[in-house]
Design a protein around this ligand. Structure first.
Ligand code: ATP
Length: 654
C-alpha cells in the first residue's frame, strides 16, 4: 500500500471494495477483469479536464505494428507486433511480460499512442469506446524505462516546474503545492525534497530508486486515469521494486488502469498484479490472471515446478531462441492454443463489447475540452527559468568559463598594454587587438554551444511527445536562457581588453566596440545553434563547422584585401560577421584620426599617416557602420531561424 513515512495512504485504498465478494479484481473468479461499476468514485480537486470518474477501459483489436528495416541493402517492412487483440479494464494492474525482444515496449507504446519513429500501426485501439488519438498524451501518463531529468534541479524545483507545465492553468499555487506535497509524501520522497536530482558523477544526489519514484511522481501530477510504465522496477533493489509496485497496486484499487512491462519480478511483486499479458514473438501467448496462466500452461503441456517463480517459468517457456526452429514452433503452438482457448474467448467478449456496444462513448466526448494549459508566453517563461537554472547552477562550468575568458582577455590586454595608436607600429597593434576581440568572441562561444542542443534533445523529445510544449516554445526558451551569458561574456571581455590595450579612449568608441562584441558573439552562437541542430551530434556538427569557420575568418578583411577577392567569392564576405565586426571596431578606432606618425626605425611597417588610410588598407569604409551592425543582427536572426527549422524538421520525423 502506498504510504508515507507516517503510514498515511495518498490514494485511499477502499478495502471494502477490495475485499468485496462481488469484486472481480485480483480475486476475480473469472480471472481477468475488474468490474468498473464497483470502483469507488474518485474526487478530483486539482484538475478539471479528466472526464473519467469511473476509470478507463482500453481495448485493442487485431493490432499489428511494422517497422522499416534494411535487409541485404533493401528497405523491408518487419512485423514487430502480429495482430494482437486484448483489453484492460479500469482498476487493473497489468503485467506485460515476455522475453527480451518479444514486443512488449512496442505494444505498450502503441496502446499509449506514443509510437516510436519509423513504425506503423494497423488495427484499432479504443479507450472507453473511442479510438485513441493525440489526446492520449493528456489522458495518460507514460513512465519511461530510462529516467531523464535536468540534474541540476532539486526534487521540489522539478516538481514545481512540471506542475506548472502539466496542470490546468487555473490551478492555484496552494492546490499545486498541496498536490506536490501529497505525491512526494506518498512516494517517500519528502526527505529528499531539497536534494539535487543529479547526474552521473555528482555527489549527494538521488539514488536510482528515488529517481524512478520521482519519474512516477511526475506522471502522477495530472492524476491520469491510465498509466503506462515501461519496466518501472528495472535497476531497483527488491525492496524499492516492491514499494513501487505496491503503490501501483493501491492506485489501481482506486480505479486507475495501469499497464507495466516488467522483467523478472519476484513472487511477491508478481502476486500484486491483477492481470497478466504474456508476449512472445510479437504475439499474445496468454492474457488473464496469474492463476489462470498456470492452468493454461499446464493444459498445453507446460507445468510450472512448485519450486519455480511462475514469472520466471512463463518467460523461460516463451523464450524463442533465435535460429532454433523447435523453440519457435513450440511458442507458436502456445499462442495458437491460447487463441482458441476459453481464456481468450473471455477476453474477446470484453473486446467485442467495447467495440460494438460503444460503452460510455457519450462520456468521452468532452475529452480534454476543459483543460486549459498555460499560455505560450507562460510556458516560455517557465521553461526559460528551468534552463537558466540549469545553465547557471553549474558553478564549476560557469566559474571556469568566466575565469577562462577573463584570463584570455587579461593576456591579450597585457600583450598590447600601452599601445600608442598615433604611431604606425601602434596602428598595426590596434588591428591585432581588433582581430583578437573579434575571433575570441567568435570561436570559443560557437564551439561551446555546439553541445547544448544535442545534449538536451532526448529530454526535449520526451516532453514534446507528452504534449508539454511545442518546438517553437522549447527553442525560444533555450535561446532566452542562453542570452544572459551571451551578453555578459563579450561585455566582460571587451572591458578588460579595451582599457588594458589602450584603444581609443572615447565613450562612443568603447560602447560601439562593446556592441560589436555582443553582436559578434551572438552571431557566432546563433551559427553554433544552427549547426548543432542541423546535425545529430556535436562531433558531426564540428566536422562541418570547421571549414565554414575558415571561410568566415579569411573574409574578416584582415588577411585579404576584400576588394581583391575573386569574383566567385565576393558574396561570401557578406556571410562573415567577422568582417562586419572588424569593420565596425576599426571604423570607430580610426574615424577622424589624422596624426599617425611613421616609424622610421622599422621599414617593414607601412607608413600610414591617417585613420582613413588604415581603413582603406583593409577596404573598410565609415559609411558601412550601420549596415554592419544591422547585418550582424540579421545574421543572428537567420542562423537562429535555420537552427529552429532544423530542430522542427528533426522533431517532425519522430
Ligand atoms: N523501430 C524499429 N525498427 C526495427 N525493429 C524494431 C523497431 N522497434 C522495435 N524493433 C524490434 O522489435 C522487436 C521488439 O522490440 P521491443 O522493444 O518491443 O521488445 P521488448 O519485448 O520490449 O524487449 P526488451 O524487454 O528487451 O525491452 C525487437 O526485435 C526490436 O529489435
Amino acid at each position: 500500500m502506498a504510504s508515507d513515512e507516517e503510514g498515511t495512504p495518498l490514494f485511499p485504498l477502499n478495502t471494502s471494495w477490495r475485499n468485496s465478494p462481488n469484486n472481480s479484481g485480483t480475486n476475480d473468479s473469472s480471472g481477468i477483469f475488474v468490474d468498473s461499476d464497483s470502483l469507488p468514485k474518485r474526487v478530483r480537486t486539482y484538475t478539471q479536464w479528466s472526464p473519467f470518474e469511473e476509470g478507463v477501459t482500453l481495448a485493442w483489436n487485431d493490432v499489428s505494428v511494422y517497422a522499416k528495416t534494411k535487409k541485404n541493402g533493401k528497405i523491408v517492412c518487419k512485423r514487430i507486433i502480429n495482430g494482437v487483440t486484448g483489453a484492460v479494464k479500469a482498476g487493473s494492474l497489468v503485467a506485460l511480460m515476455g522475453a527480451s525482444g518479444a514486443g512488449k515496449s512496442t505494444l505498450m507504446s502503441t496502446l499509449a499512442y506514443r509510437n516510436t519513429g519509423g513504425t506503423y500501426m494497423d488495427g484499432d485501439v479504443l479507450i472507453n469506446g473511442r479510438p485513441i488519438g493525440s489526446y492520449m498524451k493528456y489522458l495518460s501518463g507514460f513512465m519511461h524505462q530510462e529516467d531523464i531529468f535536468i540534474g541540476s534541479l532539486t526534487v521540489l524545483e522539478h516538481m514545481n516546474i512540471m506542475s506548472r507545465l502539466k496542470l490546468d492553468r487555473k490551478t492555484t499555487q496552494t492546490e499545486r503545492n498541496s498536490k506536490i506535497y501529497q505525491i512526494l509524501k506518498s512516494l517517500g520522497l519528502l526527505k529528499c525534497i531539497n536534494t539535487k536530482i543529479g547526474q552521473t558523477g555528482d555527489s549527494k544526489v538521488l539514488s536510482g530508486g528515488e529517481k524512478k519514484r520521482l519519474s512516477f511522481a511526475t506522471e502522477l501530477l495530472t492524476d491520469p486515469p491510465i498509466l503506462f510504465c515501461d519496466e518501472p522496477t528495472t535497476g531497483l533493489d527488491s525492496f524499492s521494486a516492491q514499494k513501487i509496485v505496491s503503490m501501483m497496486n493501491t492506485m489501481a484499487a482506486s480505479g486507475k488502469t495501469i499497464l507495466c512491462t516488467i522483467h523478472q519480478p519476484s513472487s511477491d511483486i508478481f502476486n500484486m498484479f491483477s492481470q497478466l499479458i504474456l508476449m512472445t514473438e510479437g504475439r499474445i501467448a496468454f492474457m488473464g490472471s496469474a492463476a489462470s496462466a498456470l492452468d493454461f500452461f499446464e493444459k498445453v503441456g507446460y507445468q510450472c515446478p512448485s519450486s519455480y517463480n511462475p514469472a520466471d517459468f512463463f518467460i523461460k517457456t516463451l523464450a524463442a531462441t533465435s535460429g532454433d526452429e523447435n523453440s519457435k514452433q513450440s511458442v507458436k503452438r502456445i499462442c495458437d492454443q491460447f487463441a482458441v482457448s476459453d481464456y481468450n474467448r473471455e477476453v474477446d467478449v470484453v473486446v467485442q463489447y467495447e467495440f460494438h456496444m460503444g460503452r460510455a462513448v457519450e462520456k468521452t466526448y468532452k475529452l480534454g475540452r476543459n483543460f486549459k494549459g498555460l499560455f505560450v508566453w507562460e510556458k516560455v517563461f517557465w521553461l526559460s527559468y528551468r534552463w537558466l537554472m540549469d545553465v547557471w547552477r553549474n558553478p564549476a562550468l560557469q566559474t571556469y568559463k568566466i575565469l577562462q575568458r577573463s584570463g584570455i582577455a587579461l593576456m591579450v590586454g597585457l600583450c598590447y598594454f600601452g599601445t600608442n595608436a598615433t604611431t604606425s607600429t601602434g596602428a598595426q597593434n590596434v588591428e591585432g587587438v581588433i582581430f583578437l576581440i573579434v575571433t575570441e568572441n567568435t570561436f570559443s562561444p560557437m564551439y561551446s554551444i555546439l553541445n547544448e542542443f544535442p545534449q538536451n534533445y532526448p529530454l526535449f523529445l520526451r516532453e514534446y511527445k507528452s504534449g508539454l510544449y511545442s518546438t517553437p516554445t522549447y527553442f525560444a526558451s533555450r535561446i532566452i536562457s542562453l542570452l544572459p551569458g551571451l551578453i555578459i561574456e563579450p561585455v566582460l571581455f571587451v572591458i578588460i581588453v579595451y582599457w588594458l590595450s589602450g584603444l581609443r579612449a572615447t565613450t562612443y568608441a568603447f560602447l560601439m566596440t562593446t556592441l560589436a562584441g555582443i553582436l559578434t558573439l551572438n552571431a557566432a552562437a546563433a551559427c553554433g545553434v544552427f549547426f548543432s541542430n542541423a546535425f545529430d551530434s556535436a562531433p558531426l556538427a564540428m566536422a562541418y563547422l570547421v571549414p565554414f569557420d575558415y571561410l568566415l575568418m579569411v573574409m574578416s578583411g584582415i588577411f585579404i584585401k576584400l576588394s581583391s577577392l575573386p569574383q566567385l567569392f565576393t558574396w561570401t564576405k557578406y556571410l562573415s560577421w567577422l568582417m562586419y565586426s572588424t569593420e565596425v571596431i576599426s571604423v570607430v578606432q580610426w574615424d577622424g584620426i589624422n596624426n599617425i606618425t611613421c616609424d622610421a626605425s622599422d621599414q617593414r611597417i607601412p607608413c600610414l599617416t591617417s585613420g582613413s588610410q588604415v581603413l582603406q588598407k583593409y577596404s573598410f569604409s565609415e559609411d558601412n557602420l550601420l549596415r554592419d551592425l544591422w547585418s550582424m543582427f540579421f545574421l543572428c536572426i537567420v542562423f537562429h531561424s535555420l537552427g529552429f527549422m532544423c530542430l522542427w524538421l528533426k522533431t517532425r520525423k519522430k
